[in-house]
Design a protein around this ligand. Structure first.
Ligand code: GLU
Length: 315
């Protein structure tokens, strides 16, 4: 029997979609573990997609990617079907870019990073300024485009609220013109933007559950807008809180806390690591050695903390 997703009668398909720009971290692994448990406990499929769109930061099958595949294997995460490599899918994104272009939703943007940052517009939490539409205004006024620059392409956003219900984070909505403005779907160096690639890939892989870090909650209204324009279904969303140490502090990247290299050197086998994460997530009363499969019957989204997930003392 096919497992069904919450409301929409579709077979459950989950995914993990890491960007291999650094060695995997316990926080990423927690995300993968939750996504896997959510899909497997519903009898669903689970897919792996490597988000290596930016081949300068993430060379194809580079050192971090190889370590990532090895870390996931060590942890016991299994996947269905072929691994999807975003760096190999430009032709697929071309087709959906063309579809947006045919709908008249795209326009070229010649603004440099320095020009954008010099603008007085408010900036988003990730440091990107809310776009004021100046290249669209220039285009509409018939003014010629600057020469000698390759344009990025922006998607025009509607003057509307886009909202959704997130199983972990609750109701979330944004008015796109004031929350981010027209956003980039293709960069000036020709690389497709994360927002377009993630929407196309999730849809074409039949993904019904998106489990990922809370930092991507604010990307979701943009992605839902893209799904609607491209005629795709919207998956169920689960934006999970940050993993912190026992004192509630962010794991320090500089000191290598939570880096899988250190975790594997310390623990040797995955079971105590899985147990510590399971206790932090409220799936076990205390940390103990377990396998991922043993956690499947204990998994329930209602148990997952809504704020920070705290690692046990001494981990
Ligand atoms: N590639 C993104 C990351 O590693 C996650 C994208 C997603 O799950 O939608 O943070």
């Amino acid at each position: 029997m096919c497992a069904q997703s919450n409301e929409k009668n579709r077979p459950v398909v989950g995914r993990f979609a890491p960007t291999p720009s650094a060695r995997l971290h316990l926080g990423n692994l927690m995300c993968a573990m939750l996504a896997w448990l959510s899909a497997r406990s519903a009898g669903g499929q689970f897919r792996l997609r490597i988000e290596d769109l930016d081949t300068t930061r993430c060379p194809f099958m580079g050192e971090h990617t190889k370590a990532l595949l090895d870390d996931l294997d060590w942890f016991g995460l299994d996947f269905d079907g072929e691994v999807l490599w975003q760096s190999q899918r430009t032709a697929v994104y071309d087709a959906y870019f063309a579809k947006l272009q045919e709908k008249g939703l795209l326009y070229p943007c010649y603004c440099t990073r320095a020009e954008l940052h010099a603008a007085s517009a408010p900036h988003l939490s990730d440091g990107v300024p809310i776009y004021d539409g100046r290249c669209l205004a220039r285009l509409l006024s018939g003014e010629p485009a600057p020469t000698g620059r390759k344009p990025a392409y922006r998607l025009r956003v509607p003057d509307a609220q886009i909202g959704f219900f997130d199983t972990v984070a609750g109701d979330y909505r944004e008015h796109l013109p004031t929350a981010c403005g027209d956003f980039i779907v293709s960069r000036s160096d020709g690389v497709y933007a994360y927002q377009l690639a993630v929407v196309v890939d999730d849809a074409l892989s039949g993904v019904t559950q998106v489990v990922r870090g809370n930092d991507l909650l604010t990307s979701t209204p943009r992605q839902i807008y893209l799904q609607r324009e491209l005629g795709f279904d919207t998956p169920d969303y689960f934006h999970i809180p940050l993993l912190v140490d026992a004192k509630g502090r962010r794991l320090s990247k500089r000191e290598g806390d939570g880096c899988m290299q250190r975790v594997r050197a310390t623990y040797r086998t995955p079971e105590p690591v899985i147990g510590a994460l399971a206790a932090a997530l409220g799936l076990l009363p205390t940390p103990q050695s377990v396998t991922l499969r043993e956690l499947i019957p204990l998994f329930d989204w209602a148990k997952i903390p809504r704020d920070a997930v705290r690692l046990p003392e001494g981990f």
